[in-house]
Design a protein around this ligand. Sequence first.
Ligand code: GUN
Length: 289
Amino acid sequence: MATEQKENAAKIIDGKAVSADVREKIKAETALLDKKPGLAVVIVGDDPASHVYVRNKKRGCEEVGFNSWVYELPEKTPEAELLALIDRLNVAEDVHGILVQLPLPKHINESAVTERIVPEKDVDAFHSVNAGKILKGEGTLLPCTPAGIMELLSYYNIPVRGRRCVVIGRSNIVGKPTALLLLAADGTVTVCHSKTTDLPAVTREADILVSAVGIAGFVTADMVKPGAVVIDVGMNRDKNDKLCGDVDFHAVSDIASYITPVPGGVGPMTISMLLQNTLTAAKNIFKTN
Ligand code: GUN
């Protein structure tokens, strides 16, 4: 079993349990509100994995007592039609969060779409205004995966302040915002990527190592400092088509102090953080109305 606990092995960070705890808190807070928070999710095309994600987002909303709407648009939907839908959702009173599932079909400009969502309802925090706020350490809506990582660290009382944090991957969705959140928590942060020379020498410096590469088995034991905290954001398939992360889990769990499994680590946190953002967005909108 991937997540069995050996003596002297790393503690397993249980994303499912933390995620359930976060959802309980959201549900309790939602029950006290006069109006329900509402999330609109838009999906374009037939990508099966994306449809599974969207279904889980809708289920998450039901679980915590939010309204939710799913807009399923055909693959050939013109960009203008998608933008027009976003314009309607931007002004819809019951909608407090808008999420357009990525990736989008090639004929649609992803950036034009994410910039069209009003920042107040941008529960992915992909809009430049929200990205800019995160850069300044002033974000209230935080990108879901990086926020999930910070929540896991906090839940397990893993300190960030003053510690060496190394993030492998520089995507706008995970690597860059994760680095910024670790920095805001007073970590000393290094971002590595495909052009980094002598990557293992850099990753061995890390007290907290975050891998968001998307390659199975990328992080091997020789890249990890004994006692490090290892956060695996990878979502890959191994040779046997089994779901796995970026980290060689068995070897690395022998030397790390904490490690996230895949599945069951960072993954379950992302939808919970989306629900958290939707609640935050709704409360902000209620306050200003
Ligand atoms: N596709 C994969 N991850 C995400 C995400 O976090 N947000 C959106 N909108 N689409 C995604």
